[in-house]
Design a protein around this ligand. Structure first.
Ligand SMILES: Cc1cc2nc3c(=O)[nH]c(=O)nc-3n(C[C@H](O)[C@H](O)[C@H](O)COP(=O)(O)OP(=O)(O)OC[C@H]3O[C@@H](n4cnc5c(N)ncnc54)[C@H](O)[C@@H]3O)c2cc1C
Length: 392
């Protein structure tokens, strides 16, 4: 079966949803394709294992969103993108497009024994599995938990590294076990192969990480390459072994597997190569936004939800300009920053990094409620139940 769409957006995450919202605001007909019938609000999924949120509370129904914003929705798997023919192949359909925005996110590096670990940054179902595994240890009354992240050696800019959720889970687990009066019965370990994990957040934030580890009684293992995992241990390059009853690991990012079959230009890591206007190199009607795309900017630039939304707005505006014969083009470069509310369950640290400034502000109690408010605001504003705050 063959269909035709004027503007086609692939991926129903932060980047894809914001792309269709912006295009609808500009008056365009747009079709969104997603392999899930919901958007998963990853930043608040860290609370599923500690039972502060259920997975349903972290999901946003795409059909409801399509009705609220007036876009067409297809739930199907993207299998191939053939940009030379302006064609996308889905499992049950082929769609021709005039303009395409690719927003299907990134994938994770394969490593030896990865099946013995769980990741909070993978499939949404993993968050519930981590909850069950944690619950088993809680029932046992004691145990050892190791949480870490890795990088991609092919990625010199480290935009493939996602470390924040690992820190958040460690602090949240510590707080959760303390509330259950079990904290002293558990060992909590942080591990990462890089010498200075978290450095991207800025010098000030990085220097304060030790005080967080000390406060939440977390043992740190860094600067050693991970060779493999097995059911109850992490093996490092120097033959040392970290034993753990539950291993949670966020591998370094790689390109989405769909891109391997497609004809879009890719970086060495496998991200879609674009310019700062989100336009894919070598074609003027294809754009890539969010985690799927290369991020052009300073070395510390990080792939985050709000950056995915900035890229989406840039791509939508530039498509609108092309359609209207306007030569103006937006770029995302000057909007690059790191803004993160690093939650600990009993507070949070507000981390900000810009071109010329950086800070980390510790916000006991109130910081945690700021992040919870953000989760409420994100859901309700996307559903048009509350107005959108400019810049948020
Ligand atoms: C646990 C966690 C915590 C985070 N915390 C923060 C935070 O506090 N602040 C922050 O700014 N950022 C945070 N991030 C990062 C942020 O969530 C990502 O940068 C953001 O989700 C990227 O959006 P995206 O739309 O590019 O990708 P995704 O959110 O991964 O969305 C990709 C979409 O494409 C769909 N898709 C994938 N493959 C196919 C296919 N073959 N066919 C059809 N559809 C497909 C998926 O179903 C999904 O809907 C966090 C990430 C994680 C994982």
């Amino acid at each position: 079966m063959k269909d035709k769409a004027n503007i086609l957006v692939l991926g129903g995450g932060f980047a894809g949803l914001e792309s269709v919202i912006q295009l609808r605001k500009l008056g365009h007909e747009v079709t969104l394709v997603s392999n899930r019938d919901y958007l998963f609000v990853y930043p608040i999924s860290i609370w599923i294992p500690v039972k502060k949120k259920t997975s349903d509370q972290v999901k946003l129904c795409l059909e409801t969103l399509s009705k609220k914003h007036g876009f067409s929705l297809i739930i199907d798997e993207v299998e191939n993108i053939i940009s030379k023919q302006n064609l996308v192949k889905l499992s049950s359909l082929e769609i021709e497009y005039n303009f395409l925005i690719v927003a299907i996110g990134m994938s994770k590096m394969r490593m030896k024994g990865l099946e013995h670990t769980h990741s909070i940054c993978g499939q949404p179902e993993e968050a519930d599995i981590i909850k069950e595994e944690l619950e088993k240890l809680v029932q046992q009354g004691k145990g050892s938990i190791a949480i870490g992240f890795g990088g991609n050696p092919k990625d010199p800019t480290a935009t493939a590294v996602r470390g924040g959720p690992a820190f958040e889970m460690l602090f949240n687990f510590s707080h959760y076990l303390k509330k259950l009066k079990l904290r002293d019965n558990f060992d909590l370990h942080f591990f990462a192969p890089m010498a200075e994990p978290g450095r991207k957040m800025g010098e000030k934030a990085y220097q304060k990480m030790d005080s967080f580890f000390y406060h939440y009684k977390i043992q740190v293992h860094k600067g050693k390459r991970i060779v493999r995992f097995n059911q109850s241990a992490i093996h490092f390059e120097d033959d040392s072994v970290l034993k753990s009853d539950l291993i949670i690991f966020i591998p370094g990012g790689i390109g989405h597997p769909v891109l391997e079959n497609s004809d879009l230009p890719l970086s060495e890591v496998g991200f879609v190569k674009t310019n700062q206007e989100c336009q894919v190199e070598g074609g003027n009607n294809v754009f890539a936004v969010g985690d799927v795309a290369t991020l052009i900017g300073p070395k510390w630039a990080a792939k985050q939800g709000h950056i995915a939304e900035v890229m989406a707005k840039v791509a939508a505006t530039n498509i609108d300009n092309i359609i209207n014969g306007n030569s103006d083009r937006l770029s995302y470069t000057k909007h690059l920053n790191i803004i993160c509310i690093m939650d600990s369950g009993d507070g949070a640290a507000l981390v900000m990094r810009k071109e010329k400034s950086e800070m980390m502000l510790q916000l006991p109690i109130v910081g945690h409620w700021m992040k919870r408010f953000w989760g409420f605001y994100y859901r309700q504003s996307k559903l048009k139940n509350i107005p959108r705050i400019p810049g948020m």
